[in-house]
Design a protein around this ligand. Structure first.
Ligand SMILES: [Ca+2]
Length: 74
């Protein structure tokens, strides 16, 4: 049930970022704009960093947009 807990903690943060229509949490965290979140980039959001390995389904050390969206159920 870690995913459920993560979503509960994470949604308020998503809402805050969503206030900026041109951005979202993923692109905000993707500081180098390469379309994937490294562990270092994810560390800016502690609730994301805590479950990084669960989101990184293919375990390549990066969270792709697809992995990110899949984890959030989008
Ligand atoms: Ca990146």
């Amino acid at each position: 049930m870690k995913k459920f807990a993560f979503v509960l903690f994470f949604l308020p943060a998503m809402g805050a970022y969503a206030a900026n229509a041109d951005s979202d949490l993923f692109s905000t965290l993707d500081q180098d704009g390469n379309g994937a979140l490294s562990k270092e980039e994810a560390s800016a959001e502690s609730s994301l960093a805590a479950v990084f390995d669960q989101i990184d389904i293919d375990a390549d050390g990066q969270i792709s947009r697809a992995e990110f969206d899949k984890y959030l159920g989008n």
